[in-house]
Design a protein around this ligand. Sequence first.
Ligand SMILES: *Cc1c(COP(=O)(O)O)cnc(C)c1O
Length: 366
Amino acid sequence: MIPFLDLKGINAQYRSELIEACTRVIDSGWYIQGSECKAFEEEFAEYCGTKYAIGVANGLDALILILRAYKEMGVMCERDEVIVPSNTYIASILAISENGLVPVLVEPDIDTYLIDPNKIEAHITSKTKAILPVHLYGQTCEMDAINAIAQKYNLKVIEDSAQSHGAYYKDKRSGNLGDASGFSFYPGKNLGALGDGGAVTTNDEALANTIKALANYGSHKKYENLYKGINSRLDEMQAALLRVKLRYLDEEVEKRRAIAHYYLQNIKNKHIVLSTLRAEDNHVWHLFVIRTKNRDALQKYLLDNGIQTLIHYPIPPHKQNAYTEWHDHSYPLGEQIHDEVLSLPISGVQSLEDTRMIVKVMNDYQ
Ligand SMILES: *Cc1c(COP(=O)(O)O)cnc(C)c1O
């Protein structure tokens, strides 16, 4: 069986360095908010090109904390609206709801699966305070158009970079394309910890300080609390492991690019729609997603031929039971995407032989 993602194989590449990092943390006697997290924050900020990175417990918290900080700073308040794509992983939307803000769903571009900037303005009201573009599958959104709209209406731009570590838009990287960005280091992400982890990146010092305090019980100074905060921290062990993997991230992405290229050039089947790539380094291929009318049949056919695939994601957010209030809303493109997408195996440890086999099986599908 060709696995969808061989996480064990991915981490095995760095085994001795990861063990060394663990040992360093064990022997340090310091496990929360120490030198590893601080060093990772500096290294990750430098990688993204931002002034600040703040380690937090996971990607959902990163997005929740950005919005919460804007509320504390008086930029937005409960019941204000945040624009978000109709086809995303539910976490992008949960972060908005969790803050008592209202998610306003906007349809994507069917070719790139990214929020369509041409459809945003029609959804802006006097309550709109932010746009939350999701660089879904690893490709950056049309940020010039999105930032221009944000500027015109005085909105914040909050990137969901959970799938796009290292992806460029023109000369800047994901995480440095708006006012603030949330990252996830869930093990399966392109930069994955060996547990949960996340980060916020920003160039805004006041926002960075507010998030740092909010994530640590609302405390800016030991035993003094400015806010009714939460506990959401990146622990020393995960930070130390991430420092190892960050050094290899660009290499990992290049390997994913080579596989994606091979798929794009060689998969030729009238039943399969390949995704549209804007520019080479805009995409880090967290997922290689194709579309097909009879998706479940293709998935079964591939499985019968020894190829494991996944669906990202089978149920659109507005059809989830968590959001019954949206069940009568219609987002036809979002629905079509959720009905038709299938993610093929891709990773830095996938062999050329396996990639070739996948292409052959895909091309033989009738
Ligand atoms: C993974 C993911 C998240 C959430 O990250 P966690 O670390 O799992 O909380 C948010 N948004 C998107 C688009 C994701 O893919």
